[in-house]
Design a binder for this molecule. Structure first.
Ligand code: CTP
Ligand code: MG
Length: 181
């Protein structure tokens, strides 16, 4: 059974991995992360949908949100992120944010290899690659398993696709994205 408290906590803990891609949509543009270069197959390495500004801005945005969360926890006296020392916390949330941006770029790398154009929908990879890589990279932080257990990791894979679809639909309605996925 999914416990609502576990779902809410998983969501809270994953905000530093969820928010980078939203910040990337907001601040993205300019030089592409692959500098316009093509891979051995003649297709773009990542494509114009992954930019330097979006990637750096995404990680910074994730860190901003995480720090806000740390502050809120201290203010309201509940302890999840703030059960860690600030240094442990910073390493963990940096790896979550950085991992999310890397995973999103890895998804684009795969999409380009398979011939999908920028913005084409690639079910599962679009919704879950960023999460899988964020978990993989963040698990190098010694504090990762203090906060995430198997239940939360499973919950994350269940709640993330609908959350991703909803936020992208909102971004589309707000005119921030050209396609609703
Ligand atoms: N974005 C960015 N840098 C990133 C990630 C996203 O600048 N590292 C911006 C781009 O403007 C991108 C938009 O956010 O178009 C939406 O991101 P996403 O859906 O991940 O990219 P797509 O345009 O769909 O490209 P792809 O097919 O490669 O996923
Ligand atoms: Mg997309």
């Amino acid at each position: 059974m999914l416990e609502i408290a576990d779902v809410a906590l998983t969501f809270w803990l994953l905000l530093p991995a969820y928010t980078p891609n939203n910040f990337a949509v907001l601040v993205g543009g300019g030089k592409p992360l692959d500098f316009g270069k093509t891979f051995v197959d003649g297709k773009r390495i990542l494509g114009d949908g992954k930019t330097i500004r979006g990637s750096v801005g995404g990680v910074i945005g994730g860190l901003l949100i995480a720090n806000l969360q740390y502050g809120i926890e201290r203010l309201l006296s509940f302890q999840f992120f703030s059960s860690l020392t600030y240094q442990e916390f910073l390493l963990l949330v940096f790896l979550l944010s950085f991992g999310a941006v890397c995973g999103d770029a890895l998804g684009s790398f795969l999409k380009r290899r398979l011939g999908y154009a920028r913005g084409d929908v690639f079910p599962v990879v679009d919704q879950l690659m960023f999460l899988a890589v964020a978990f993989l990279i963040a698990s190098y932080s010694p504090s990762f398993f203090k906060l995430f257990d198997l239940t939360k990791i499973i919950i994350a894979f269940i709640i993330t696709p609908p959350l991703h679809l909803i936020t992208n639909f909102i971004a589309y309605k707000l005119g921030l994205k050209n396609v609703p996925w």
